[in-house]
Design a protein around this ligand. Sequence first.
Ligand SMILES: Cc1cc2nc3c(=O)[nH]c(=O)nc-3n(C[C@H](O)[C@H](O)[C@H](O)COP(=O)(O)O)c2cc1C
Length: 264
Amino acid sequence: MKILVVMGSPRKGNTYRAARKVEEVMRSKGDVEFEYLMLRDANLSQCGGCFICFTKGEGHCPFKDDASLIEQKMHDADGVIFATPVYGMNVSALMKTFIDRFSYIFHRPRFFHKRALLLSTTGALGLKEILDYLQLVAGIWGFEVSYRVGIVTPPMPISRKRELENEQKLKKAAVVFYDALLKKERGSPGLRSVIVFRAQKASFGELARDSPADYNYWKEKGWLRPHAKYYLDVPVNPLYNVIGWTAEKFLRRKIRKEMAEAQE
Ligand SMILES: Cc1cc2nc3c(=O)[nH]c(=O)nc-3n(C[C@H](O)[C@H](O)[C@H](O)COP(=O)(O)O)c2cc1C
């Protein structure tokens, strides 16, 4: 199986070492190929905020850099490890640039048959917030998030106890991720995912004129059909479906009203 590590640290430090540990354990379990995408070395400009990728499509991005190559790397992998240190109580700037540049994927999700492992390291604080954020990003992009692991690695030397604790956490993450990659089928979505689908359906279904790239993508996927419940043909909890349906109706009415008011 092929694993892509999207490395958000600007150095081969704690986060890189943590990813290497995961690699070591996964390799001990079977045939695994690892590729490290060191964002510090990638030719990926900061997003210029022009909105063109949303409205016209990512092919129209004014930056002619390695973005599409990087997206292809994610498509070619069976699993992606999103790895970042906590910098300034957030993901690193490199990781944020990476996420910003692929923001069109929030609108046009695509990685439904890929699994993700989220990995973060910190001096003390912020792990939960960063992992929650990465989970939101990877989830909306379509990934099934198999596991999330955060370890504390301050700049000063750490105790042997903490070292062992970190090692155990990384080992567990590697084992769970490896086992998840062997599973073929995709599970039933949670309530949040169902609501995100319905909210996007309500929005993009109204954007044929203003955001044709989004609208056409959704239409081609069949996600705008009246009975479409989710991105994938998997069982959806009936209660979640009713909640999602109601949310979609409500939101669609609100969007239509606002668009009509904007034209007055
Ligand atoms: C610029 C910078 C900002 C940091 N900000 C935080 C922070 O907000 N909270 C925290 O607990 N640790 C913070 N740290 C510590 C790192 O998160 C921690 O040492 C991490 O393991 C470094 O990973 P790296 O070696 O891959 O860069 C910061 C470190 C640096 C260099």
